[in-house]
Design a protein around this ligand. Structure first.
Ligand code: HEM
Ligand code: HEM
Length: 194
């Protein structure tokens, strides 16, 4: 079934959706195993994790600005009231966590009291720090670091759970209800809307 441009997201929204999704999947994958690494390998993986996470933060801000200035296509008319409520609720919470999880991660690096080289932005330059946290006196800095680690960990689990619900909803709609779900969040070929 082909969709009109009013039934699909704009190419910019599609590009941002899949770019952010790829970075978040990379972050979830590296986040859960990097603690077990040591030495240079750990420095490289933590640096790539932080760099990809800050990319999520920047792209999500852009995505939100784009979303506010370009009306998204209305949800598929075949969705039940409950499905509509769930889809909109999960999308809203995803936006919150797309900002909150990387911000908490950035707070961990900024309030770190570890000696030696910190994480590097795409392995090229020192990762910028949130000045307010970096400048805290030692006891507050340690407390801020520990709170950020907890917030980051809890946020990542909630993000993972929401993502599972989001993907399950998309798969159900595409393959069980047989609606053109993925085409809504994909490029439209010749008649693409910018
Ligand atoms: C971490 C990864 C992901 C995040 C953060 C994410 C986030 C979002 C958000 C916030 C929306 C709502 C867009 C809006 O109306 O502004 C959306 C829509 C959508 N996402 Fe994802 N997504 C992710 C991964 C995926 C994956 C893996 C799939 C495929 C199985 C997918 C399929 C879709 C589809 C089809 C839509 C369009 C929904 C509609 O309006 O019908 N997403 N996504
Ligand atoms: C969407 C973005 C992100 C996701 C999904 C994510 C996910 C995760 C996960 C799942 C963990 C392991 C949590 C645990 O079990 O302890 C983790 C740890 C960590 N993340 Fe992220 N992260 C993101 C962004 C960032 C950013 C932007 C930074 C830094 C700038 C960062 C720095 C860290 C650090 C330093 C740890 C290790 C924490 C510790 O000491 O236990 N993360 N992240």
């Amino acid at each position: 079934m082909s969709l009109t441009t009013d039934q699909r997201y704009t190419s910019v929204a599609v590009l941002l959706h899949w770019g952010i999704a790829a970075c978040i999947l990379f972050n979830l994958a590296t986040g859960f195993f990097m603690e077990g690494l040591k030495g240079e390998a750990k420095h490289v993986v933590v640096s790539l994790h932080a760099s990809s996470g800050l990319t999520v933060l920047a792209l999500s801000l852009l995505r939100i600005v784009w979303r506010l200035s370009h009306r998204p296509p209305p949800l598929d008319a075949h969705l039940s009231r409950l499905e509509r409520l769930l889809a909109e609720g999960v999308h809203g919470l995803l936006y919150v966590l797309m900002l909150a999880v990387p911000l908490a991660g950035w707070a961990i690096s900024s309030a770190s009291t570890r000696k030696g080289a910190g994480a590097a932005l795409w392995l090229l330059m020192p990762l910028p720090k949130i000045g307010l946290l970096d400048a805290l006196p030692l006891p507050q800095k340690v407390a801020a670091h520990d709170s950020a680690v907890s917030a980051h960990q809890i946020g990542a689990w909630i993000l993972l759970a929401l993502l599972a619900g989001h993907v399950a909803g998309a798969l159900k709609h595409q393959f069980i209800d047989r609606r053109p779900q993925f085409a809504r969040m994909w490029f439209s070929g010749s008649s693409s809307k910018v």
